[in-house]
Design a protein around this ligand. Structure first.
Ligand SMILES: C[S@@+](CC[C@H](N)C(=O)[O-])C[C@H]1O[C@@H](n2cnc3c(N)ncnc32)[C@H](O)[C@@H]1O
Length: 189
């Protein structure tokens, strides 16, 4: 098989978490609009590369007490920020924090919906990462992958498409997200 991974960008450091969390971001990347169509009450959701939890919080509000959001990140510092945000709120019971390895997500439950927002280009081996994601998705589940245009070119995204097909995902749609490239995918094999 041809090597179709794209070049990895550096991992976004905890010191830069504030930039991902500014309220201005909601004006052009509103979590309610981006995840709202896919996340429903009672679902189990994974936020892979959750960072400071910009999307985690909205998804937890949507799944409610009958659901669960697993916020996954490589960096303890990012998970600490999420922990601080939900301390003494009812979201503590809905959000589970999970520190993963750069080459292994390492969860033992499956999800109805998985969000991979501005993260895939930071993963060292996208092929093995996406294979693991495939195994973590329920048969009727969906995954939303969103990548920043300034890190991921049109050609890179074409490579993602090939890789996803090869792994057994189908492209459901390409939702419009400001200054981004995105795929909503499902399991077809
Ligand atoms: C640019 S930030 C995006 C954060 C969040 N998704 C957002 O859009 O606000 C990328 C995040 O992915 C995490 N990350 C990078 N590589 C990872 C890996 N292999 N496994 C889990 N998390 C990873 C980083 O630690 C960082 O928090």
């Amino acid at each position: 098989m041809e090597k179709i991974e794209i070049e990895r960008s550096k991992v976004c450091r905890v010191e830069r978490a504030g930039a991902l969390d500014i309220s201005l971001r909601k004006l052009f990347q509103d979590p309610r609009k981006i995840v709202g169509p896919f996340v429903k009450e009672g679902m189990t959701v994974f936020d892979l590369g959750c960072g400071p939890g910009f999307f985690t919080i909205e998804m937890a509000k949507r799944v409610g007490s009958a659901g669960k959001v697993v916020a996954v990140d490589l960096q303890e510092g990012m998970l600490e920020i999420v922990k601080g945000k939900i301390r003494n709120t009812n979201l503590q019971d809905i959000i589970e924090l999970h520190k993963c390895q750069s080459d292994k997500i390492g969860l033992s439950i499956t999800a109805d919906f998985i969000l991979i927002f501005y993260m895939l280009h930071e993963v060292p081996n996208q092929s093995s990462f996406l294979k693991e994601v495939h195994g973590l998705l329920k048969p009727n589940g969906k995954v939303l992958i969103v990548e920043p245009k300034f890190h991921v070119t049109k050609d890179d995204f074409k490579k993602y498409r090939e890789l996803l097909k090869e792994i057994g995902f189908g492209i459901v749609e390409e939702p419009n997200v400001f200054f981004s490239r995105s795929f909503l995918i499902n399991k077809i094999a």
